[in-house]
Design a protein around this ligand. Sequence first.
Ligand code: NAD
Length: 291
Amino acid sequence: MELLDGKKISNDIKDEIAAEVAAMKQRGERAPHLAAVLVGNDGASLTYVGAKVRSCERVGFDSTLVKYETDVTEAELLAKIDELNNDDAIDGFIVQLPLPKHIDEQKVIMAIDPSKDVDGFHPTNFGKMALDMETFLPATPFGVMELLDRYKIETSGKHCVVIGRSHIVGRPMSILMGRKGNPGDSTVTLTHSRTQNLEAICKQADIVISALGVPNFVKAEMVKEGAVVVDVGIHRIPDNSEKGYHITGDVDFEAVSKKASYITPVPGGVGAMTIAMLLKNTLIAGQNRKR
Ligand code: NAD
């Protein structure tokens, strides 16, 4: 078994981006600028946005954090999005999800200028992805593709089972794995909460990508000997440690790693890649704006 080391690969990518930014600055160009909009005080969202902003510093990007209390109105949020869309100093921005229930997430996503949508959630970008056009790929599936690529995992003709069909992970993941190219060219089965005989389907997979959000759901019995296993799940499990919790994934790592040929750890797998790919999208957005 070999680990798909997202921590190492994401650091390599950040180094590559930092070198590009240094070259941009040397040419007298300004650094890419990412803005993040955060609503409320959800612990996980605060952690993710904090990490995104810190990563900007690490690669030499400018960053702006826009924070709102939970009771911000939809109109106020949409006005801020309009402002960011029209601010030439901002190359790309994200609105951290989930949003409070009184705000229509779809409306918010639709309001983002697709050329600044570095999360790749806008229907224009999602559609371009599905049509093999150049666009911003959603960061988490993009991170999985990059990991498979850098470890030279053979995906052509392989059976890939994706568990979960969310708009930000499972659905785009299934599209990317089925697209022409490498990684890609897989025969994809997209499974979800209504899927019957999931265990049997999973057992046929050469590549399992788990994004359902249930801790330790994927057991050794569900995985074929030699399969590649990618665990997108992230769960905070309360414990008696100093932090008060530890992080685990959707996969029973202990048992599944004994059967897998390659497997992502959690933490240090896909999660680390997600931020690196957001930075990559922002770099591309910055370079596009200079054309
Ligand atoms: P979601 O809740 O939006 O979607 C979960 C999907 O799993 C749904 O399509 C549902 O049909 C399916 N599902 C639920 N129970 C199932 C079951 N028993 N069998 C088969 N399918 C089932 O979740 P999401 O936003 O896609 O996130 C999934 C997991 O990935 C979460 O743990 C989340 O924290 C994590 N995540 C990680 C990253 C990262 O950077 N690594 C990014 C986003 C999400």
